[in-house]
Design a protein around this ligand. Structure first.
Ligand SMILES: NC(=O)c1ccc[n+]([C@@H]2O[C@H](COP(=O)([O-])OP(=O)(O)OC[C@H]3O[C@@H](n4cnc5c(N)ncnc54)[C@H](OP(=O)(O)O)[C@@H]3O)[C@@H](O)[C@H]2O)c1
Length: 269
């Protein structure tokens, strides 16, 4: 069994190359900058394809691992060459638009929208994986893939692309927003003094801020601007900031305690 990873020298492409090789699969990779693909192939036993079509032609499963802004070009390029017995997954972190794009162009084979909900720093397969099939053929394949992934340690959920994007607006979009705004606030304060004096709350937040700020801005801007209603969640957050700020400015200890008790009950903490 051979897997083609289009965008194979990117951070997720490299993670999945290693993963599939560990599972006993052959891997062939293609990329935009051929030097990056060649450099990566020197570190790990992957075959280098001349281009995306060459990679696709030699594979059983095709994983598209490019950023969302490049997905349509790649799908348009490969679509005429997809055979009926091939499987095409994308791993984009947004699902409605990519699944629609794949269906618009690819007329043969089995398509599946997937989202590994972890980044390239993941050290094991104890991670969440979402599959978003939209027709009976895809649902059947998604069940097979669920079993295969679960046997390897992943926790798999199957849902519609719409539901996925609604969840990710909060899980990814809002979390990244918090990381950015907290980091932006720290940057205006005396940040360098904090580290040595920090306790667990600060360190937890610091991990989030570090992860978010060090990620590719191109990737995160697309998430903020493509996931549905991210701005509404973030506007709600601003209202909550104002509410808590008002309580603190008014030195209203009683209301502070009431709000915290209510919150504890609502969140079941
Ligand atoms: N990073 C994460 O934490 C994470 C987590 C889950 C899912 N994802 C998803 O995984 C996908 C890949 O993300 P990533 O973080 O791995 O991004 P990345 O590191 O930027 O990798 C994307 C790769 O795609 C290549 N590429 C761009 N256009 C191409 C084309 N036309 N043909 C072939 N290759 C092309 C790029 O080549 P160049 O290097 O030459 O530009 C790059 O190597 C995205 O859809 C993202 O939403 C990412």
């Amino acid at each position: 069994m051979k897997v083609a990873i289009l965008g194979g020298a990117g951070v997720m492409g490299r993670w999945f190359s290693k993963f599939f090789i560990e599972q006993g699969y052959e891997v062939i990779i293609s990329g935009r900058t051929s030097q990056k693909v060649v450099d990566f192939s020197k570190k790990i036993l992957v075959e280098v394809a001349a281009n995306n079509i060459d990679a696709l032609k030699k594979a059983d499963i095709i994983m598209i691992s490019v950023l969302m802004q490049n997905l349509e070009d790649v799908v348009k390029e490969i679509a005429p060459y997809v055979r009926g017995n091939q499987i095409v997954w994308d791993i984009t972190s947004v699902k409605e638009i990519p699944v629609e794009i794949m269906h618009r162009y690819i007329k043969k084979g089995t398509i599946l929208g997937t989202h590994p909900v972890f980044g390239p720093r993941a050290r094991d397969t104890n991670q969440n994986f979402i599959l978003t099939p939209i027709n009976e053929k895809e649902k059947k394949y998604a069940e097979e893939l669920r079993k295969w992934l679960e046997e390897r340690g992943f926790t798999v959920s199957i849902m519609t692309p719409k539901k996925h994007d609604e969840l990710m607006a909060v899980i990814l979009g809002f979390s990244h927003f918090i990381g950015l705004t907290v980091g932006d606030t720290w940057a205006d304060l005396n940040f360098k003094e904090f580290d040595k004096a920090a306790g667990i709350s600060f360190k937890t937040l610091s991990t989030l801020v570090g992860n978010v700020v060090s990620t590719n801005p191109e990737f995160y801007s697309v998430l903020q601007m493509s996931l549905p209603d991210v701005d509404k969640v973030e506007t709600l957050f601003r209202e909550k900031v104002d509410k808590w700020l008002e309580i603190i400015k008014n030195k209203d200890k009683e209301r502070f305690a009431e709000e915290m008790t209510t919150l504890r009950k609502k969140l079941d903490c």
